[in-house]
Design a protein around this ligand. Structure first.
Ligand code: DQA
Length: 160
């Protein structure tokens, strides 16, 4: 039971960027907390952050053993049962990341720290929500905890 957490552009700045919206917790804190939580939930967790759309597409393809990062002598991947993704601004722009997620056919949870519906109107549209198992927004950094709890539960329910 393995979960992949992907954070998109500018989420490396958590704790620094617009703290009135995103709070003071850093991405390192989020990852450390999520690793500890994963252990207590009995799942394993990989994490990935990139500011580059193509790097995120490559990482998603890798889950299915495809793409430029998977060379003939690459070690076998852990099977990923679910993905949690905060696509950052790519939420509102990226057909490419959406298509990559649909290509690999692994269930995903869409996550936003802020309430995207209470901000600029163009943040209301997401290229992900209609394909996501669930969408979490507006819970602040607790959203990461909620998303992991739900993803682990979702995997277990599917296996039973
Ligand atoms: C975000 C919301 C997006 O609109 C924004 O571009 C982000 C972060 C969030 O976590 O609230 O970078 O995904």
């Amino acid at each position: 039971r393995h979960i992949l957490l992907i954070n998109g552009p500018n989420l490396n700045l958590l704790g620094k960027r617009e703290p009135h919206i995103y709070g003071s917790t850093t991405l390192d804190d989020v990852v450390a907390q999520a690793q500890a939580q994963a252990e207590s939930l009995g799942v394993t967790l990989s994490t990935f952050q990139s500011n580059h759309e193509g790097a995120i597409v490559d990482r998603i393809q890798e889950v299915a053993g495809w793409g430029p990062n998977v060379l003939p002598d690459s070690p076998p991947q852990k099977k990923v049962s679910a993905i949690i993704i905060n696509p950052g601004a790519l939420t509102h722009t990226s057909v490419a990341v959406r298509d990559a997620l649909l290509a690999i056919d692994v269930p995903f949870v869409e996550l936003h720290v802020s309430n995207v519906h209470a901000r600029e109107p163009w943040r209301k549209h997401s290229y992900f929500t209609d394909k996501a198992v669930a969408m979490i927004c507006g819970m602040g950094m607790y959203g990461y905890t909620a998303a992991l709890e739900f993803a682990a539960r979702h995997i277990k329910v599917k296996e039973e």
